[in-house]
Each structure stands twice: as structure tokens, then as C-alpha cells.
Design a protein around this ligand. Sequence first.
Ligand code: THU
Length: 297
Amino acid sequence: MILDIETRPESGFSEAWLPLLQSAADAAEHVEGVSVRTAVHLLITNDQEIHTINKAYREIDRATDVLSFPTVSYPSGTHAGTAPGLLEQEYDPDEGAACLGDIIISMDHVRSQALEYGHSLERELCYLLVHGLFHLFGYDHMQEDEKRAMREMEEKTLAEIQVREYDQDVLIAKAKEALTFSYSPYSLYRVGACLLGKSGKMYTGCNIESASYGATNCAERTALFKAVSEGEREFVAIAVATEKFLGWPCGICRQALYEFAPDLQVIVACGDLVDTASLRELLPHGFGAAPDVLGRE
Ligand code: THU
């Protein structure tokens, strides 16, 4: 795909993301099975400009994350991959490709949504581009089944590219904030944790001690139990913050986390020191739940 990218300097877009965007666009085409050479115009701007465009072209008086304006109108049930003839009608000799339309992305929304969903900026940016591209390929999310089909294509596309999923620094900052709530009058060892769910929601926890010592709950399990008790059962990463030295999760926490997320990434942070490992490394030959117990198969 020819991605014709225009960026506004005030958007805060980094040129370093260009190859990643190209790979996301190529992956979307691959997943969709587009057989025609195509071109898309992408404008990366800020909330102010996307607001103006939204108002002018859609009469919606607010900023948004992504807008797409397809050139092709696909008959119901057809998409770019199944309608090469329709794409060929959009052939532009100047581009040497079929022009599928325009996408506009607001970096202000990329930043705020990345924070909200615990995603890296690159992940959020790629997601919005891919979402816009599938609109240009004829997908929509007005009805539940359409929405599901579109989400599935988006997920397949993101799985094909190498993008940093989440921002480690955000998880660490939240774990450090949670540490300040630690109730640890007996050990005086304060711990904070931030667990990132697959939904993008983050759950924080601190260690909570007890005069009966044994009733103590570690920060990691506080975060995990908060998450599971709110309906989240799949997890991407956990950050653990301590003050005196890097504190890897204890054996009980490793086991409790392994139940739900054997592939969890574990980040430990103490001041400026950071280290990472996978939970599988921390709990080799782990004993875990069968997939059917978790309802995943
Ligand atoms: N602690 C945690 O919060 N997480 C761990 O993985 C190790 C230990 C807490 C429990 C207790 O409040 C204090 O640290 C000392 O063991």
C-alpha cells in the first residue's frame, strides 16, 4: 500500500513511527487479502483540526480519535478483499494505484487513549490506523456481528506487526503510586503493583499486613484479586515497585498469577532500577489451570 502521510508539526508525531505505520498498513492489506495496488492518504494532526474536519464534513461538533472517508462504496456483504473490480475503478494514474480514501488521526487522542488503555503510543497509533483502514476496506461497527468481524480483522492485523504493546513506564508509575498506600507497619517494606489486563484496564494494589502476620496480602495479589473480582481474567503485564532493592514477586504471588496468565511479563522497579522477566522464567515447569478451567478452549 502507498501510505501518503502528511503530519502536522504541532501534533507531536515522531518520524520514527513511519516504518511501523507502513508495516501496519501492509499487514491490514495482507489480512484483508487485497490483490490490487492501493493508496491511502493519512493526515496526522491534533484535536483542534480533527474537530474542524468532523464539524465540516460530518456535522459533529467535537474532536475524535480517527476519521475515515472511503472513496469506494461497497455493496452490503462485500469488502476490499472480495471486490477487486470496485477497487480498480478507483485507479489513479498519478498514484499508480487505486485510491481508497482518507484517514485522519488526532495525536491528542492517541496520547490520552494510550494512557487510558495502558497501551504504548505506537500501539494506539497503529490501532487507529488499522481501524481507519478497515473502514476504507468496507467494514463497519454499527451492528454487533459487523463489529465483531471488524475487531477480529483488526486484532489479526496487530498480531502480524512488531509493536510494543504497552508502556512499561506507565505501569511502573502506577505501581509506585500504589506503593504509597502500603499498610506495612510490621515489615516496613512497602510494595506497590500495577497489573495490566487484556481489556487495557489497569489494576493497582499494595501490600496489606495484619497483626496476625499470616493474614498479610502482597501487593501483586491485591492487584490480581481486585482485577479478577471485577471480571478481568487475562493479563499482559505486572509492574512491582519497591524502595530498598528490586523485589521480584514471592512464590505465592507467582503461583496466583500463573493461574490466569502464565505468559505474563513481570517488571520490577526500584528508584531508577528496572528489570523484567516472564512469569514462565520465574516459575519454570509451573503447575497451572487447564485451559478448559478458564473457559478459553
Ligand atoms: N510482599 C509483597 O507485597 N510482594 C512480594 O512479592 C513480596 C512480599 C510484602 C508482604 C509483606 O507485607 C512485606 O512485603 C514483607 O514480606
